[in-house]
Write a protein of this length. Sequence first.
Length: 333
Amino acid sequence: MRKLLAAVAAAAVLLAPAIAQAQSPIVIKFSHVVANDTPKGKGALKFKELAEKYTDGKVKVEVYPNSTLYKDKEEIEALQLGSVQMLAPSTAKFAPLGIKEFEALDLPWLFKDEETYANAMKGTVGKWLFQKLEAKGITGLAYWDNGFHMLSANRPLLKPTDFQGLKFRISGSKVADQYLRIMGSIPQIMAFSEVYQALQTGVVDGCENTASNYLTQKFYEVQKDITVSYHAHLQYAVIVNSKFWSGLPPDIRTQLDKAMVEATDYTNSIARQENEDALAEIKKMGKTNLHYLTDADRKTWQEAMQPTYKWAKGRVGQEVLDLIAKELDVKMN
């Protein structure tokens, strides 16, 4: 009996670490570069809430906003290395990986409204683009909406000539680089976390972003004029390290998929209202002049930026342009 008890005790000692390990939650580090009080920030927190709820605490999601873990130039490499498990970068960030096709989504005046954008990303275009990520060890989970871009500077931007010689911060999209160069400006790639100081010190003269980002990053404090142009769309791709994702227990992955679907619906449902509220708040602050394009102004901008479409063929390839043209029923040239 003593020998039996000793054997049981020894087995318990050996099994204890395994049991403790089995009970330890799976940690998902979710890094992003914007504030918590934005559509993407709120979406990440909603995913955390739902993921932990649906897995009964078997998964713990650690959200790192505002570039506290990685800057946007570093985060994708960190994901590939497994240093972080989940990101939600703007789709322009995939070009350095050799996947330039995502930049087609940055074409100016491409999506006439949010519904048009949403349908394209749920359909053939969105799925086809996500397939491009697989060879890089990345799995695409969802597209999150953040609405349409505005443009700002320390002077009104109403006509193409108003852009002449101004330095604009861009996130990295060569398509955005092209349409701003066409307008006579000088685009400069810069990490999102560095934009406020760059605007404040005059390293750049202006930038493009959505209303929610202008508000939460306080860009309105260092820009005298914002043009509510809505000339291009800003979308994020929620991505995960493929090896990590495929290595999860199937039941856990099923619950995380469910959490992501619901978090995506939530994020995309609030994006428009968040931007409308942010624009109203910026107006209320009174530090920035808001300018709105007339129909004639908008037509002038559209005509000026139109050559971007022809140029984009050599950048992103004909296949993705044909897919988008068919999905949206638009002409690319």
